[in-house]
Write a protein that binds this ligand. Structure first.
Ligand code: BG6
Length: 480
């Protein structure tokens, strides 16, 4: 159980708070992981009586929490710990009101969760400081994306760093809270078998692919300024790349793990000039069909400019300039309104050095994060009967089945608990965020300089054809 604390959620009426944070806190409360004296205070501009906020929260939480996990009595007790405070996060006077409402901390830890636009991070931190709320016990949680570019991310980090020490800052990337993502570290660093083949001598290439069938939902205003590159690739996909590529840390501990991840980000080969056109593909979905339903084009989404050239898809061929990975392409791909929801990492091994049998003979390790948590290793086997006819067969580990008795934690549950316990291993350190932006910035600038407009792809497809050519020109293709 954690120590007593106040959890203040800025952006308390937003999708993230209602769909992810409150359900996660409910689960932690139900499992007695939170101190019974915890207070959750949702903060937003809308003037709402507490009872209305609780109704709103209940409606969203019921939709998110599995029926068997929703206990009426627990929900009532949880609600007794939730309050709503209407305020404008840009107004310093509202922070003075907030401080008055919270009262003396008396040793109580305060966690400020900023589920807001990144442009509010710096003003909120500074107002918290002025109102005397940012004491040395406090923690601040920042949602991605941190900024829009290297310079804006650095400015945010500076402003936050002026008020909070680095160990008080938790930059969240919810992909790091996913079980399978953590399993990636277990797979790599607890199985001696893989280490000798986890390198350029044996690996042909790596694919990291996150496809969603969803469009931009209610977040058109935010998304149209971010796009797939800032919303997904700069953070989630690069974090996955780090975990696949990093060297084994000396200890499983925050600084050691993050040191290794930063080394990978800094070793990413810059993509500049002509390479931007050759190694990256931008796409935007047009009208199409998903699951038999007709869906409209991106530029018809609510709060999106109707001549928007924001990308909803991006594919990149990345290289890591270090001893282990020299010459191994890492193909990254993410898109909205794709044919299926699927997040996966594929490690494609090189063929056997001397082929005894006919046909291609390659092994492939598939780590699937979504929709199912699976790890499978493709092996070449002989088909029964006469002759040596080979077929690829998968050794399959379905994690949900293996651990069927255990409820799968949502990423935010694990990460919120880590914040309360002060463990930053699964959070991004300042230099990590900046190193990621330092690699992304020249690509964004290259797109602008060459007016690289996004290619249209039909909703419900696998993205623009050019993303296939990215691999096809080297005789490869996307898995799935
Ligand atoms: C968020 C992005 O960080 O991740 C969303 O802002 C995206 O646009 C979401 O839909 C995907 O998360 P998950 O866990 O559903 O893969």
């Amino acid at each position: 159980m954690t120590i007593p604390c106040d959890i203040l959620v800025f952006g308390g009426t937003g999708d993230l708070a209602l769909h992810k944070l409150l359900p996660a806190l409910y689960h932690l409360f139900r499992d007695n992981r939170l101190d019974p004296a915890v207070r959750v205070i949702a903060l937003a501009r809308r003037p709402l009586p507490r009872s209305d906020y609780l109704k709103l929260a209940e409606r969203h939480c019921r939709a998110q929490i599995a029926l068997r996990d929703f206990d009426e009595d627990v929900w009532r007790r949880f609600c007794a710990r939730v309050d709503y405070f209407a305020m404008d996060a840009t107004q310093s006077t509202d922070f003075v009101r907030l401080a008055r409402y919270l009262g003396e901390p008396g040793g109580l830890m305060r966690v400020f969760y900023l589920a807001t636009l990144p442009s509010l991070f710096a003003p909120i931190a500074s107002h918290l400081h002025t109102a005397g709320l940012a004491d040395s016990e406090a923690r601040i949680v920042l949602e991605k994306p941190i900024g829009q570019s290297l310079s804006s991310a650095t400015a945010i980090n500076e402003a936050i760093g002026a008020v909070f020490e680095e160990q008080q800052v938790f930059r969240i990337d919810h992909y790091l809270g996913k079980e399978t993502v953590q399993n990636l570290m277990a797979l790599r660093f607890a199985n001696a078998l893989l280490e000798p083949v986890w390198r350029n001598g044996q690996v042909d290439h790596v694919q990291i692919s996150v496809g969603e069938t969803l469009g931009v939902e209610n977040r058109g205003g935010y998304y149209d300024r971010a796009g797939a590159m800032r919303d997904m690739l700069q953070n989630h996909l690069l974090q996955l790349l780090c975990l696949v590529a990093m060297e084994p840390p000396a200890q499983f501990e925050a600084e050691a793990v993050r040191d290794e991840k930063v080394r990978i980000l800094r070793a990413l080969q810059p993509i500049t000039g002509q390479d931007v056109q050759e190694k990256t593909v931008r796409g935007q979905y047009g009208a199409g069909h998903i699951g038999g339903q007709e869906v409209g084009a991106y530029y018809f989404e609510k709060d999106v400019d109707n001549d928007s050239d924001t990308e909803t898809f991006v594919a990149i061929e990345a290289h890591i300039d270090n001893w282990r990975w020299a010459g191994v392409p890492f193909y990254l791909r993410t898109g909205k309104r794709m044919a299926r929801r699927s997040s996966q990492i594929v490690i494609q091994f090189k063929p056997v050095p001397h082929a005894l049998f006919e046909g291609g003979q390659v092994n492939q390790l598939l780590i699937q994060l979504q929709p199912e948590e699976r790890i499978s290793l493709r092996m070449m086997t002989k088909t029964p009967g006469k002759g040596m006819r080979l077929e690829p067969v998968d050794l399959d580990l379905n994690l949900a089945q293996v651990f069927s008795q255990t409820r799968r934690w949502e990423a935010y549950e694990r990460l919120l608990l880590d914040v309360l316990e002060g463990d930053s291993t699964l959070f991004m350190r300042r230099d990590e965020v900046e190193a990621a932006w330092a690699w992304i910035d020249p690509i964004l600038k290259g797109w602008e300089a060459h007016f690289q407009a996004p290619r249209t792809y039909p909703a419900g497809s696998n993205g623009p054809e050019q993303a296939n050519s990215l691999l096809a020109r080297h005789g490869r293709n996307w898995h799935g």
